[in-house]
Design a protein around this ligand. Structure first.
Ligand code: HEC
Length: 153
């Protein structure tokens, strides 16, 4: 009896570990809108001063965005140096951080919607509001230009 209880506890622990590892990390519906329906039209109209694509921004702006992403913005901890959502903290989050190398995401998402999430966060996820506490709105637009640049197509 004592032996089988121990077996059950061990089996449960093993199951928990396997499931935990299997569910941590992956993104949840990256193409699904994050801005609530009643605020989405306004968010989409909020245009970046640096354009829709990173190609519209100057190399200087993208370099500034990179410095913020990897520095004071702390984005790198979750979104990763390669922008693929595999940062050290991002790996253990569920849902996982956005993978900015996914060009389909960038096609689908307006820069104003990205700005909305950086300001308001995505409730129920590790993406907390970072403007104005961590970075300014101006810095946010620069980081968005850099995040766009992870899509190589
Ligand atoms: C603590 C971890 C963490 C940090 C730090 C973090 N993010 Fe995120 N981010 C996430 C997660 C998790 C998601 C996915 C949220 C979801 O699925 O709704 C996300 C999603 C996003 C999105 C996608 C929103 C959308 O429309 O789908 C953007 C843009 C974003 N983050 C920008 C940033 C920027 C810019 C920074 C740094 C200033 C940053 N994040 C820092 C965890 C983080």
């Amino acid at each position: 009896m004592k032996f089988s209880m121990k077996m059950i506890v061990m089996a449960t622990a093993a199951m928990f570990l396997t499931t935990g590892l299997a569910i941590a990390g992956p993104e949840k519906d990256p193409l699904k809108a994050r801005v609530p329906a009643d605020k989405r039209a306004a968010a989409k109209k909020n245009k970046s001063p640096y354009g829709k694509k990173s190609a519209d921004a100057t190399p200087e702006i993208i370099a500034e965005g990179k410095a913020i992403f990897e520095g004071k913005g702390t984005c790198v901890n979750c979104h990763g140096k390669e922008g693929n959502g595999q940062g050290p903290a991002g790996k253990v989050l569920n849902p996982g951080p956005r993978d900015f190398t996914n060009c389909k995401f960038h096609k689908k998402r307006k820069e104003g919607e990205m700005m909305w999430v950086i300001k308001n966060g995505s409730p129920g996820t590790g993406m907390v509001p970072l403007i104005p506490a961590t970075i300014s709105e101006e810095e946010g637009w620069k980081v968005i230009a850099y995040e766009r640049s992870f899509c190589k197509k």
